[in-house]
Design a protein around this ligand. Structure first.
Ligand code: SF4
Length: 376
C-alpha cells in the first residue's frame, strides 16, 4: 500500500546517496522561549568507504582526496560519535532534531554501531524534543535484523535504486562488475515486510534519462515506492581531483556550450551524466504520468518541492533555492564541509574537535554560503 506522505517534512538527497532532511518551516521563529535554531549535517561515520563500486560514484575518489585517510581511522570512533551527537543536539533549538547517516555505505559499520547511535541520542535528548534518523543505503547489506532495528527506531531509509534490472545494473555494480539489482530488490522486500519507512533515490544519468516512464512505473508498481527522488547526475571529468566552482570567469562554460553535453567531442562532462535537455524531458514525462494518475498517491519530491516554491514558500531543494549553506557534511575525523557536493579541501570549514557546528553553519567562511545569514 502506498502511504500518504506528510508534506511538512520534505527531503532531498545528494546526487548519489543521502537524504538531507529539511525540517518543517517553523510557524514561529521562537522555540522554548528562545530564537529557534536549526541546521543540518549529513554525517558520514565511515567516510567514502563502500562495499560496492558504482561507476558514477563521486564518493569513492574522496578516499584519496581528503585528509582523513592520512590521519585517522576511516570509521568515526565512539568518542567522536558521542561528541558529535551531543553537540548536534546542543546547538539546535527546535522541536525536532534530525540526524542523517550516510557513507559510502553506512551499514558497513554494523548494527551494534547504530544501536550505539540511538543510545547516545537518548542520553542527550532534551525533554519535549523529538529525535529522528535518516539512513541512506545501497540496500545490499540489509537483512531482517537490520529492518527490525530500523522499524523499532522509526528510521527513514533512503534506498538507491536506478530502475528495472538492466538500467540499475548498468552503473550500480559490485567490485567484480556485477549488477546489484537482485540484492536491492531483496532489500525492498524486507523493507515492506518490516514496514520500514523508506524513499527511493534514483539517479538520472545518460541511460535512465531515456527511460523515464519505464522507471517511474517500475518504482510505482513493483517497488511500491512511497516517495520518489530523482537526482540528475552531473559531474565534470575533473571531479575526482578538482572542486566545483574553481573555474576562472573566462573559462566558465555557459548554458548552450556544447562542451556541457555528455558524450560530445571535447565534452568536459563525464559520459554517464545527463544533459540539461534530457533531464528536463525526463521530469516532464514523469510529471505527465503522475499528474494524470497518481496525485495524492505517489510522492515525487521534485514536484512537491516545485509546488512549494510556486505557493510562495522557499523551495526546499537547495539546488533550486536562493539559499544554501546550512546542509553541512561531516567526515569520520570530524572535518566539516559546506555541503555534500563540496567535500573538497577548499571547502572545509572546520572540525568538530575545535569548532562548533552552529558557528560553522552560520559563518560566512563557507564559500557557498550565500544567503544563510539573511535567513536567520
Ligand atoms: S552505493 Fe554506489 S554511489 Fe553510493 S557510495 Fe557506494 S559506490 Fe558510491
Amino acid at each position: 500500500m502506498i502511504e500518504p506522505v506528510s508534506n511538512n517534512r520534505l527531503m532531498f538527497m545528494s546526487n548519489t546517496q543521502a537524504p538531507i532532511t529539511q525540517q518543517p518551516f517553523p510557524k514561529s521563529k521562537m522555540y522554548k522561549g528562545k530564537a529557534s535554531k536549526r541546521l543540518h549535517v549529513m554525517a558520514k561515520p565511515i567516510g567514502a568507504v563502500c562495499n560496492i563500486d558504482c561507476k558514477y560514484c563521486y564518493y569513492l575518489s574522496k578516499q584519496d582526496l581528503l585528509e582523513y585517510k592520512k590521519d585517522c581511522s576511516p570509521k568515526m570512533n565512539d568518542e567522536m560519535l558521542e561528541a558529535y551527537i551531543r553537540q548536534y543536539i546542543e546547538v539546535q533549538n527546535t522541536p525536532e532534531i534530525i540526524f542523517s547517516w550516510q557513507g559510502g555505505e553506512p551499514t558497513m559499520l554494523g548494527l551494534p554501531y547504530f544501536e550505539k547511535i540511538v543510545e547516545f541520542q537518548k542520553k542527550y535528548q532534551p525533554e519535549g524534543v523529538t529525535i529522528s534518523n535518516d539512513l541512506q543505503t545501497n540496500g545490499t547489506l540489509l537483512n531482517d535484523k537490520w529492518c527490525e532495528f530500523l522499524k523499532a527506531n522509526n528510521f527513514l531509509v533512503g534506498l538507491s535504486i536506478d530502475g528495472p534490472e538492466m538500467l540499475h545494473n548498468a552503473y550500480r555494480t559490485n567490485r567484480a562488475g556485477k549488477g546489484t539489482f537482485k540484492q536491492v530488490m531483496a532489500a525492498v522486500e524486507l523493507l515492506h515486510k518490516h514496514e520500514v519507512r523508506f524513499a527511493t533515490l534514483t539517479c538520472v544519468n545518460n541511460l535512465t534519462s531515456q527511460n523515464a516512464l519505464e522507471i517511474y512505473r517500475f518504482l510505482r508498481d513493483e517497488v511500491k515506492s512511497p516517495q520518489m527522488q530523482f537526482i540528475p547526475i552531473v559531474e565534470q571529468k575533473s571531479f575526482r581531483t578538482t572542486a566545483p566552482q574553481t573555474w576562472s570567469v573566462n573559462e566558465q562554460p555557459m548554458q548552450g556550450d556544447k562542451r556541457l553535453i555528455p558524450g560530445n567531442a571535447n565534452s568536459i562532462m563525464e559520459p554517464w551524466c545527463v544533459s540539461d535537455h534530457a533531464w528536463g524531458n525526463f521530469l516532464i514525462t514523469i510529471f505527465d504520468e503522475w499528474v494524470q494518475h497518481d496525485i495524492g498517491k505517489v510522492f515525487v519530491q521534485y514536484f512537491e518541492a516545485s509546488l512549494e516554491a510556486w505557493m510562495g514558500r522557499r523551495n526546499p531543494l537547495c539546488t533550486l533555492s536562493d539559499l544554501c549553506g546550512k546542509g553541512l557534511a561531516m567526515e569520520p575525523n570530524g572535518d566539516v564541509f559546506t555541503c555534500d557536493h563540496y567535500v573538497y579541501p577548499e571547502y572545509k570549514i572546520g572540525n568538530i574537535h575545535h569548532d562548533k557546528l552552529d558557528k560553522m553553519a552560520f559563518s560566512k567562511s563557507s564559500k557557498i554560503l550565500v544567503l544563510a545569514s539573511q535567513e536567520r
